[in-house]
Design a protein around this ligand. Sequence first.
Ligand code: AOF
Ligand code: ZN
Length: 341
Amino acid sequence: MHTEPPSEQDRRFLSAAIRVGRYQLGRARPNPAVGCLIVNAGRVVGIGATGNGGRPHGETIALADAGKAARGATAYVSLEPCNHYGKTGPCTEALIEAGVARVVIALGDPDPRVSGSGAARLRDAGLDVPFEPFADIRSLAQAAHRGHITRMCKGRPHVILKLALSADGGIGREGQGEGQGQVAITGPLTNRLMHGLRSRMDAIAIGAGTYRADHPKLTVRLPGLEDRSPQRVVLGRADAPEGFIHFPGTDLEVSLRALSEQGTTQVLVEGGAKIAQSLLREGLVDELVLLQGKDAIGKGAITPFPANPFDSLVDAGLEGWTVRAKRALEPDRMMVLAPPA
Ligand code: AOF
Ligand code: ZN
């Protein structure tokens, strides 16, 4: 078999394949949003990403796009091609049959039905298969496929907890009357960014208390992306919330497992304080997105942290969390945190 060492060109096409897959985040559930590029003699001849609802797979779409040009070509995939018989045949067989000569794989698939066997099958058929050839590109693929990875490895969705804090650390005001409950904390820039985040989620969850107090819409309100509004979920006891999937149990881990069984790979939790505290306490948060606005709530502010995390993570009870990103979103600020290992 002719093998070629991974090149700078491989790196570029592989990272492009990941971006192509990412476009389907929030629509490919229960499957990962896999991106695939078919490149022949340095030219992209086929592009594909996992279809809505998880089928067809990215490779199938890219191969169909490439047609005869796939013969002798290199396929770049964000995730190891599947090697099991699902609703259709495996992507490995489709790649082999199309005459693809080389398959560059950004990341192995943790799905036990695939893990390692996809790459092995391709090699057995005589293809050149660079597997996870670049550490930094592998990290990009891990980030893109984190929902799938968490779901496969932990049996629950990847949980992103978002909390918007006022200048005095509040997420709302006690009570449900005028000027109470939900108050606007962040500005338009933050809000647009957060609607973008919503659009890439499979589900958005809130606690029963927040549902009762606010009846939030939780839709994506970015022009052109309205149809990307994720499934809405209420966790905890509430009276038949309309338009929401409801998990009335009090054990959050059990509810998250049930959500994962329904196909959810990533869920954004948007409040309130009680569910946030429970998730943090139970170690069920994979990413914490903290925002802080410039105005104070004052009397009656509901504060989920004992101190302002933007001043001190330790005092806020977030010891061991690491700051992944910090951003000024005038007039607000944002901090993204990863949990202790
Ligand atoms: C690929 N390309 O685009 C995706 C893959 O239920 P099935 O038959 O659709 O298989 C789902 C599994 O296939 C999923 O758990 C994951 O391991 C893989 N997803 N594989 O080759 C794709 N979405
Ligand atoms: Zn496949």
